[in-house]
Design a protein around this ligand. Structure first.
Ligand SMILES: *Cc1c(COP(=O)(O)O)cnc(C)c1O
Length: 422
């Protein structure tokens, strides 16, 4: 299998991208980094982009807002083209701003607007806590009771997998009581990729709206949010998008919603038309695009790191990345299922079908616990542990190799052997 890994690396057209990233070191050499679903690695380009803005600030002071190659007043426009490609929207439908949870609240303010008995919001059981808190507090803020209005969908058979038919069935069951479906693209814990198009269609079919959290999806799986008629979506840029810890988040709103200036939203000066912005006269003139949801002038240093990373994505192309990703994650799965020791100790909770997952496999340890994870880390692998007993492994097509995956599986086998023997 080592030979196979080498051969796959040799025929990998994206292999050269690996050298464009900084790898953390363990025991004096590059670690095997399988944690891009939590924090992506730093592109070497990032330093130049951030330094450029530090220099602009040094040399121009406040004049940097209106001068230089990328004036700060319109700096957020620079990421639109790349983001539009990643999520399958138009440039008017996307904007980089704030952080994920803030953007989620902004989306909820506009798209969870309960009236009468149409007051329910549907999420998946086991949603990421920040998302749960956001929807829960939105229900409370609207004066409704979360016990009644916040519906968490549990897989019927007690497994971790939620079939699309069950989701659609629940949407139909809630019918005219449903105001919003708020689902992930890829679920952070199980790695399941949901069918965005069918969920959205079902929501619209009962007169509800559909929003998605794409934290684990953007930069991982190509998306078609415009054609799928998704109402809004949010994401962060520090996972697969490699834009640095706490990096600028993203927001999508469908053009049909954005053009509707009657749609209420939380509002700030940056969401109002640029030509009147500095007249300081409180005229209400919202921008009829995703930019209308902007509150503040954007964080230039953070956004500069974002632009560096997006440039790498433009070079690699998300569709080419996805092709490699399917092979790379498939190879990981093949190695796991071909290993008798892993087969004995690990239950994969991520769907087997490539259409229903991205770059992440979630491995549930059935017999041993966290010491296995610690042993793996000791041996030069960076990856992620989630309670109660799950190791999340994310081979990222931009900078991981097939050899990385092969080495990881060997290290995990030895870790299990050594913990089982102790
Ligand atoms: C990573 C992640 C977050 C993090 O939210 P921040 O606002 O960026 O801190 C929220 N939700 C999901 C589903 C995530 O995966």
């Amino acid at each position: 299998m080592e030979e196979k890994a080498k051969a796959l690396d040799q025929s990998d057209e994206l292999a050269s991208f690996r050298s464009q990233f900084h790898f953390p070191q363990t025991h004096g050499k590059d670690c095997i980094y399988l944690c891009g679903n939590s924090l992506g690695l730093q592109p070497k380009l990032t330093e130049n982009f951030v330094n450029e803005e530090l220099k602009n600030w040094q040399e121009r002071g406040v004049k940097g807002h209106f001068t230089g190659e990328k004036p700060w007043v319109s700096y957020h426009l620079n990421s639109k083209k790349s983001l539009a490609k990643l999520v399958g929207g138009t440039e008017d439908e996307v904007v980089a701003m704030n952080n994920l949870t803030t953007n989620l609240h902004l989306g909820l303010s506009s798209f969870y607007r309960p009236e009468g008995k149409r007051n329910k919001i549907l999420i998946e059981r086991g949603a990421f806590p920040s998302d749960f808190y956001a929807v829960h507090s939105s229900v409370v803020l609207s004066g409704n009771d979360p016990n009644e209005c916040l519906i968490e969908l549990n897989p019927q058979d007690g497994s971790d997998y939620l079939p699309t038919d069950e989701i659609v069935g629940k949407i139909h069951e809630l019918g005219e009581e449903l105001e919003l479906v708020m689902f992930p693209g890829v679920q952070y814990y199980t790695g399941q990729f949901f069918n965005i198009k069918r969920i959205t269609e079902a929501a619209h079919g009962v007169g509800a709206k559909a929003g998605f959290d794409l934290a684990h999806t953007v930069g991982n799986i190509p998306l078609t949010l415009h054609d799928d008629r998704v109402d809004f979506a949010v994401w962060c840029s520090y996972k697969y998008l490699n834009s640095g810890p706490g990096g600028t988040g993203g927001f999508f709103v469908h053009s049909e919603n954005a053009r509707n200036t009657e749609l209420p939203k939380q509002s700030g000066w940056w969401g109002h038309k640029a030509d009147g912005r500095f007249k300081m006269n409180n005229e209400i003139n919202p921008i009829p695009t995703a930019d209308g949801w902007q509150l503040s002038n954007i964080n230039i240093l953070s956004h500069s790191a974002h632009l560096a990373s997006l440039e790498v994505f433009d070079q690699a192309d998300i569709h080419t990345l996805r092709k490699k990703s399917i092979k790379l994650t498939g190879f990981l799965e093949e190695l796991i299922s071909g290993s008798s020791i892993l087969d004995e100790h690990v239950k994969m909770i991520t769907p087997k079908s490539p259409e229903e997952r991205g770059a992440q496999l979630s491995l549930y340890l059935t017999k041993l616990g966290k010491p296995v994870f610690e042993k793996i880390v000791e041996n030069g692998v960076i990856l992620d542990w989630r309670e109660p007993n799950v190791i999340r492994v994310a081979p990222v097509p931009l900078y991981n190799s097939f050899t990385d995956v092969w080495q990881f599986v060997r290290i995990m086998e030895r870790a299990i052997e050594s913990v089982a023997a102790s």
